[in-house]
Design a protein around this ligand. Structure first.
Ligand SMILES: [Zn+2]
Ligand SMILES: [Zn+2]
Length: 256
């Protein structure tokens, strides 16, 4: 299995990096799972010689445009390409209704001579609370993160914990700094890909580098950092991390 960061930038990045979306590819079957599909996805995939027809499945962590903004492109291109079938869409059940009603339906519900729904474009597998999904014999457990709390409602957002040949991988997707909630997952994981904001003015909805730096060394030495802002980066390895993930960086995991 190869995990490639087709981008490792923040939501508003314009410096040549792309949205923090990843591609997990089975070297055995060639099957490809896109982990989040932001509005940069068509360009970040194209830069790697890939297009809509190459994506077999998509996982959506939450509804910000850097994670879902490419679904209109993917859905339309797949539907109107006779050689393509509907891609699989793995998504937490709490997100399904809003993904269609609040995010995609404005542009996608009316086709020429046809009224469309989410499953017109995607083969939807809604994941129940405390559940997960299986792709290419790997099980991905959803881990709810604290990303946006409006004072009354915690907007659903789900990272992933999965295991490839005994290596446990935790991909936070977007999360605040919340070691009190994520500490147990940090303990379990062998490698952690962590949302990391590097902006001078912290947004409060992403884990900021200055806070991640305060984590115990035993966590930091498992951590690769991504979803960072353009501009100079701190020296993550000297602070005990594995480093910042660069655009295009790939991680290989042996898969029996
Ligand atoms: Zn994001
Ligand atoms: Zn977000």
């Amino acid at each position: 299995m190869r995990l490639t960061f087709i981008g490792s930038g923040s939501a508003f990045t314009t410096d040549g990096n792309y949205h923090s979306n990843m591609l997990l590819e089975s070297k055995r079957s060639g099957s490809k799972l896109l982990l989040d599909c932001g509005s940069d996805a068509r360009r970040s995939l194209a830069e790697r010689g890939l297009g809509h027809a190459d994506i077999d499945a998509v996982y959506i962590s939450h509804l910000h445009a850097d994670h879902v903004g490419g679904l209109e492109w993917l859905g339309f291109r797949r539907k109107f390409d006779a050689a393509c079938s509907r891609p699989k869409l793995y998504i937490g059940r709490p997100l399904v209704h809003d993904l269609w009603t609040h995010t995609l339906s404005g542009g996608m519900s009316s086709l020429q001579g046809e009224q469309a729904r989410l499953d017109t474009f995607f083969d939807v597998e809604a994941i129940e609370d405390n559940g997960g999904f299986t792709w290419e014999d790997l099980y991905f457990r959803l881990v709810q993160t604290i990303h946006i709390m409006d004072g009354f409602y915690l907007a659903p957002s789900f990272g992933l914990l999965f295991e490839i040949n005994s290596t446990r991988i935790f991909l936070t997707t977007d999360t605040q700094f919340a070691p009190e909630h994520l500490g147990k997952i940090y303990e379990q994981a062998d490698i952690i890909f962590h949302d990391c904001e590097t902006a001078d003015a912290p947004s409060g909805v992403h884990a900021h580098y200055d806070k991640l730096k305060t984590l115990p060394d035993r966590y930091k030495r498992k951590m690769w950092l991504y979803h960072y802002q353009p501009g100079p980066l701190p020296d993550a390895t000297s602070d005990g991390f594995k480093g910042f993930v660069e655009k295009g960086q790939a991680f290989d995991f042996n898969h029996k």
